[in-house]
Design a protein. Structure first.
Length: 333
């Protein structure tokens, strides 16, 4: 699940706490050229305010109109008088054209009123702890149950039951708080990564709080171990100081992090691999996971350009590996 959809749940929770009626819409299936994948979320508030997207803007206006019209027609609050229902857009070419769906695309959506918010609070808490959660909605009754999920599990819908997957937010640990790290952090946050920064050199950490970045105190290798990197975690060493970078990489390359990178020329990377192999007994398979020189070969020169190359490669690896990650179960208390 995308981090954007977790934000939708957060907005829906805040709106409910403020006394609004809220309708949650989930993409069930798409045909043709649909702009949003199955599982994407949209929350619609009783006054027409929205969070998220299910079509890139094509059908949201109609969903808002439908929601507000039902509020006018029924004096009871929206969520008190309705159960989840399936809504389909783009069945005919004329309807697809009317709603601006590209190439005759079709969307099958589930629109459900938000009743209790305890499940939202629980999903947000579990995913914050980097757990995978499956949400089961029974359409005839509107009941919601949460269960542990496995990596690689996808949305399922049989007409009466919807099982959607809520995964942890993607996070990035940067070793070093220099100019390049700040540039990488800025782009990563635009891509909705949770960004953590570790640099034991106090003089480099003065601006982190002002920039809204979470500083991880301690030596990099200790911070990596404490983080328990999972398959939603990337780690990039950018200090250019082997005493800091190498120890962090030693822990990172033995972890489940989906991406591990290090700054440095090809010659420096070769020397680093040799050090790690000779002094820390790292295997060829572990060393092969290291992206170094870090980033795509874009001919980058400035910190901003290098940051673009790093994040471009990270996104490339993330998207290539996400669907192919071996299944593993994390117990959810």
């Amino acid at each position: 699940m995308e981090s954007l959809d977790l934000r939708v749940l957060g907005d829906a929770l805040a709106w409910k706490r403020a006394g609004h009626a809220v309708s949650l819409i989930t993409v069930l299936e798409t045909w043709g050229s649909a702009p949003r994948p199955a599982g994407a979320l949209l929350a619609v508030r009783d006054d027409g305010r929205v969070s998220g997207s299910v079509s890139g803007g094509c059908v949201e206006d109609d969903l808002i109109t439908r929601t507000k019209a039902r509020m006018v027609a029924d004096p009871e609050p929206l969520e008190a008088s309705t159960l989840p229902r399936v809504v389909v857009y783009g069945v005919t070419k004329e309807e697809a054209s009317r709603f601006g769906l590209p190439c005759g695309g079709t969307l099958r959506l589930l629109q459900e009123p938000v009743h209790a918010t305890d499940w939202i609070e629980e999903v947000l808490q579990r995913t914050q702890n980097h757990a995978l959660v499956a949400r089961h909605v029974h359409l005839p009754s509107g009941t919601v149950h949460l269960h542990p999920a496995t990596r690689g599990q996808t949305l399922e819908f049989d007409g009466e039951n919807l099982v959607s997957i809520f995964g942890p937010r993607w996070r990035l640990l940067l070793i070093g708080a220099g100019q390049l790290s700040l540039a990488v952090a800025q782009i990563a946050r635009m891509l909705d990564f949770e960004v953590l920064v570790c640099d034991p050199r106090e003089e480099y950490n003065a601006d982190l709080g002002a920039l809204g970045l979470a500083h991880q105190a301690g030596m990099p290798d200790d911070v990596v171990r404490a983080l328990c990197p999972d398959a939603h975690t990337a780690i990039v060493a950018l200090t250019h100081d082997p005493k800091l970078d190498d120890m962090a990489l030693l822990e990172a390359l033995k972890s489940d992090a989906f991406y591990v990178g290090a700054l440095g020329s090809r010659r420096n990377q070769a020397a680093r691999r040799q050090r790690l192999a000779e002094h820390f007994d790292m295997t060829e398979a572990e060393l092969a996971r290291l992206h170094g020189p870090v980033g795509l070969a874009l001919g980058s020169k400035t910190p901003g350009e290098i940051a673009v190359s790093i994040m471009a490669e990270m996104v490339q690896v993330k998207n290539a590996q996400a669907a192919a990650t071996p299944a593993c179960v994390r117990e959810v208390p």
